[in-house]
Design a protein around this ligand. Structure first.
Ligand SMILES: Nc1ncnc2c1ncn2[C@@H]1O[C@H](COP(=O)(O)OP(=O)(O)OP(=O)(O)O)[C@@H](O)[C@H]1O
Length: 349
């Protein structure tokens, strides 16, 4: 178990700056998910840690060993880092067992260790003699993980390892991989563009946007208090409403809301308040209303409602309700929306 640290890392390809001033610490034995939109620089970051690319400036270290810094570069195969690619990158002409064994140095190709890591990755011993094309996508990814874990690396890097799997298999494989990483206690970095995956992967999430690390911390803390409304929307459904100051909070189209976190620096002029759909309660209006149903779309187990807030500057709010509740609403119906808990206040646009 070793701590991975990046300090002030930057990388350009030609004139294109892909990463800028990235600093990140992944404590020994913990898991961090780096999440960002396509092209934000996630894979490049992993490739710099793995030693497949050289940083222009900054340093990367593992415990007390500097892997990369001005004037120093440890080659990829000497870093003690395991890498799992998007498609697993298994050798098609080798069996499962041979693929896993390949992860071990030539003189230490111990069959006991092969069996041990296969078990760690929840791979049935019966699969040992199969070839990659005889496995499901999820099994292939678990073989790739077993191969990466076999030599007991200090760090494992996972580059979108679940993105090619379909929904059910993805969930199942993700949990098997998390369990294997947990049991091996290896320091891990996952990159993904999927916010749910990132929020449920480990103890830390790091959000990257246009090559900059914009926020990092415990997943619940980052989700609860995003640095910007853009990051809030990237991490999950977000409702952002104009807000003016009022005693004990702010006034917005849904009424008075307490401020849970103030990101305006204490501005007395209000701004915009962020709420999450799970905070909203909906009922048919009984007397006063603060919104009107614009549209109802049944979606099997749930219904998607679009609400238009009442008042001078209406805002559209998408909301999900269970199917049996959705049938109680129709377009044009006045409704009462309540807000539980506070919001996060941001400066006006
Ligand atoms: N070897 C390279 N030469 C030139 N440009 C590159 C190279 N590798 C990456 N880039 C560019 O760097 C930017 C970031 O790429 P990167 O693959 O790191 O992003 P990403 O966040 O992993 O994206 P995705 O989720 O789509 O894989 C992109 O604009 C990409 O075109």
């Amino acid at each position: 178990m070793t701590t991975l640290s990046l300090t002030g890392v930057a990388k350009s390809f030609g004139r294109v700056e892909v990463l800028r001033d990235v600093s990140l610490t992944v404590p020994a034995g913990t898991r961090t998910a780096v999440v960002g939109a396509s092209g934000s620089g996630k894979s490049t970051l992993l490739r710099l840690i793995a030693g497949f690319e050289r940083a222009d400036i900054g340093s990367i270290s593992l415990g007390s060993t500097t892997l990369a810094a001005p004037g120093r570069f440890v080659a990829a195969h000497r870093r003690g880092i395991g890498y799992v690619a998007q498609d697993g990158a298994l050798f098609p002409h080798l069996t499962v067992e041979q693929n896993v064994r390949f992860g071990l140095p030539r003189r230490r190709r111990d069959p006991v260790r092969v069996r041990e890591v296969m078990e760690l990755a929840s791979l049935d011993p019966e699969l040992a003699g199969r070839y990659p094309h005889q496995l499901s996508g999820g099994q292939q990814q678990r073989v790739a993980l077993a191969r990466a874990l076999a030599p007991r690396p200090a760090v494992v890097l996972l580059d979108e390892p679940f993105s090619a799997l379909d929904t059910g298999l993805r969930e199942q494989t993700r949990q098997a991989v998390i369990d294997a990483l947990e049991a091996s206690g290896v320091t891990t970095v996952l990159v993904t563009h999927d916010h749910d995956e990132a929020l449920s992967f480990g103890g830390q999430i790091a959000v990257i946007a246009a090559g900059r690390l914009v926020q990092s911390g415990a997943p619940a803390a980052v989700f609860d208090n995003p640095v910007s409304t853009e990051i809030a929307a990237f991490l999950g459904a977000a409702i952002v409403l104009p807000a003016s100051p009022s005693p004990g909070g702010v006034d917005c189209a849904l009424g008075r809301v307490a401020v849970r976190h103030d990101r305006t620096g204490g501005s007395a002029s209000g701004g915009r308040v962020l709420l999450r759909p799970a905070q909203l309660g909906l009922s048919p209006a009984n007397g006063t209303h603060n919104a009107v149903v614009e549209d109802v779309r049944p979606r099997g187990s749930h219904a998607e409602l679009l609400l238009r807030t009442a008042g001078a500057a209406p805002v559209l709010i998408p909301l999900r309700v269970p199917a049996h509740e959705g049938s109680g609403y129709h377009a044009g119906m006045p409704v009462s929306v309540t807000v539980a808990g506070g919001g996060v206040l941001y400066p006006a646009d």
